[in-house]
Design a binder for this molecule. Structure first.
Ligand SMILES: NC(=O)C1=CN([C@@H]2O[C@H](COP(=O)(O)OP(=O)(O)OC[C@H]3O[C@@H](n4cnc5c(N)ncnc54)[C@H](OP(=O)(O)O)[C@@H]3O)[C@@H](O)[C@H]2O)C=CC1
Ligand SMILES: O=C(O)C1=N[C@H](C(=O)O)C[C@H](O)C1
Length: 261
């Protein structure tokens, strides 16, 4: 069985992930972590009263060994968490957004030194992985593109990690270009959205939404819109399960679930 620790276990993704790990016969939940947790064992929480899993609320106090560290915490904590996991030879499987390019470079270096597999996935949903691939392919032929991402109103970061990754993948296959009228002027600041290498990214936050993205391409007299929707956080779980299962066979830190599919 693959031993798993879930960081951020009380959050929206952490709860869904904890339940998935407990239900999957290939996995064993050996620890959970949340800085705000007051319990010592997960069985103090009504829904887990038949389980026996230690709860940690400080990194330095984590004294168990897991094969895999799953991270669904917050942008401000993920870098330190993943460094800690790698230093303890636990393979990171990370969904938390907010890691910078410099963070990724350092984490890749540390993983290489440890000869440890790991995965950072901007999105674990197969529909989002496919959307990013289709968008990259489309941008070769239709380089004028705008991205609209739509999320629940509790989300901390904007734009979403998925939107940023979509823009990065598109930027790899097209020349940077200014879109829209070169003389355009925002009469209300922010009206044209955030800018990444000439692409505009718009972030919508609304209650009732989970995670959604549209990539809009415009050409001469034609347009193509690619859209994906995660209506439920269960949509991310098969991707997380694949990552937990396969990451032990790797010896480097990968970015993007497509590397394991
Ligand atoms: N890659 C993917 O497919 C997906 C990625 N995400 C990303 O995952 C992250 C989590 O999202 P979501 O579950 O909605 O967020 P939540 O705010 O619901 O959960 C975050 C959890 O992390 C806990 N936490 C805060 N600081 C720390 C810390 N230093 N160490 C451990 N735990 C900590 C919080 O506890 P408390 O609030 O008590 O401080 C909270 O329970 C976000 O970055 C989001 O963008 C989300 C969905 C899919
Ligand atoms: O915060 C979320 O909910 C999500 N975060 C990730 C992101 O920022 O792209 C993945 C997914 O969009 C859900």
């Amino acid at each position: 069985m693959i031993k798993v620790l879930v960081a951020g276990f009380k959050g929206r993704m952490g709860t869904t992930t904890t339940n998935m790990i407990l239900e999957n016969p290939l996995f064993e939940l050996v620890g959970v972590y949340s800085t705000s947790a007051t319990e010592k064992n997960i069985n103090e929480i009504a829904e887990y009263k038949s389980e026996n899993v230690p709860v940690f609320n400080e990194l330095e106090k984590i004294n168990i060994k897991a094969d895999v560290w799953i991270d669904f915490t917050i942008p401000g904590a993920v870098f330190e968490n993943v460094k800690f996991a790698i230093s303890k030879h636990m393979s990171p499987v990370v969904g938390t957004t907010g890691l910078t390019e410099d963070n990724l470079t350092e984490l890749k270096k540390l993983s290489k030194l440890e000869k440890l597999g790991g995965l950072i996935a901007p999105n674990f949903g197969i529909s989002a992985v496919l959307l990013m691939q289709f968008a990259q392919q489309t941008a070769k032929y239709l380089p004028d593109v705008e991205i609209i991402e739509m999320h629940h109103d509790k989300k901390l970061d904007a734009p979403s990690g998925t939107a940023l990754n979509t823009a990065k993948l598109i930027a790899k296959v097209r020349q940077p270009k200014v879109q829209g009228n070169p003389n355009e002027r925002e009469t209300l600041p922010g009206a044209r959205g955030a800018e990444f290498e000439g692409m505009r990214i718009h972030s919508v936050r609304l209650p009732g939404y989970v995670a959604h993205e549209q990539v809009l391409f415009g050409g001469n007299g034609e347009a193509l819109t690619i859209r994906q929707d995660s209506f439920d956080r269960i949509s991310f779980m098969s991707g997380v399960a694949v990552a937990v299962e396969k990451i032990g066979t790797r010896e480097e830190l990968l970015v993007g679930l497509e590397n394991l599919l």
